[in-house]
Design a protein around this ligand. Structure first.
Ligand code: ADP
Ligand code: MG
Length: 222
């Protein structure tokens, strides 16, 4: 599914920063991977590359076998919209819209046919156990519920790969537990997950762990 081959990402300075150095990583369909590492080690840079939000300076990234490094922006956005879902630390929900609208908006550019949008958004909210909150505004929800709305938004277009950047970073331990339980359920349903975290409790829930330090990736416990 994911195949990074000798990926380097450097930011032109001065001073030049090598945020990723010669990273190779293969993630098979259905894997649940966690990525840990200290602040500034390159985790978000890696996630941005995996999510086709950024390109390697060197090396190649194949997504489902498709080389993406030199692909056009149109190809990359089509791949991103159809195959990748994102969850961020700070939820990124629209506060003035209902929960249902927040999820519906994510169907607009992902090829979901018009008459399937409401049923799909409703089903996504059911999957994150928020059927009773569809008409609420995000500001009235707990942190854990907000992040579950963000997960519903991330999965509404049926991605193959879910990328999460510190998804529990703003949550207390009970809410974090809710989000992790949900990730377990999605994994059991066959979704591929890559979760960036500082938190050893969160990282321990994944099936496979990698660590990144100074832009270099190493496999843990295998
Ligand atoms: P993490 O998510 O692990 O905290 P990042 O991937 O955000 O780390 O950053 C890795 C390194 O790359 C840091 O030294 C950071 O300052 C640098 N960096 C990240 N994005 C940029 C950018 N757009 N321009 C310059 N340097 C950047
Ligand atoms: Mg980061």
């Amino acid at each position: 599914m994911v195949d990074l081959v000798g990926v380097t990402r450097s930011f032109p300075g001065p001073p030049v920063v090598e945020a990723l150095r010669d990273v190779s990583l293969r993630v098979d369909p259905g894997e649940y991977l966690s990525i840990i590492g200290p602040s500034g080690s390159g985790k978000s840079t890696l996630l941005n590359i995996l999510g086709l939000l950024d390109r390697p300076t060197d090396g190649e990234y194949l997504l489902d076998g498709v080389p993406t490094g030199t692909a056009s922006e149109a190809t990359r956005s089509a791949l991103r919209g159809g195959r990748i879902g994102f969850v961020f630390q700070s939820f990124h929900l629209l506060p003035q819209r209902t929960v249902l609208d927040n999820v519906l908006l994510a169907t607009l550019y992902s090829g979901v046919p018009r008459d399937e949008r409401v049923p799909r958004a409703t089903a996504a909210l059911e999957r994150v156990h928020l059927t009773h909150r569809t008409q609420f505004q995000p500001t009235t929800l707990s942190g854990g519920e907000r992040q579950r709305v963000a997960v519903a938004r991330a999965i509404v277009a049926a991605p193959h790969l879910l990328l999460a950047d510190e998804p529990t970073g703003n949550l207390d331990s009970a809410s974090s537990g809710e989000v992790m339980d949900l990730f377990d359920e999605l994994h059991a349903d066959g979704l591929t997950l890559a979760v960036i975290t500082h938190d050893p409790v969160v990282s321990a829930r994944a099936q496979r762990r990698v660590r990144i330090a100074d832009g270099r990736l190493e496999e843990l416990d295998r």
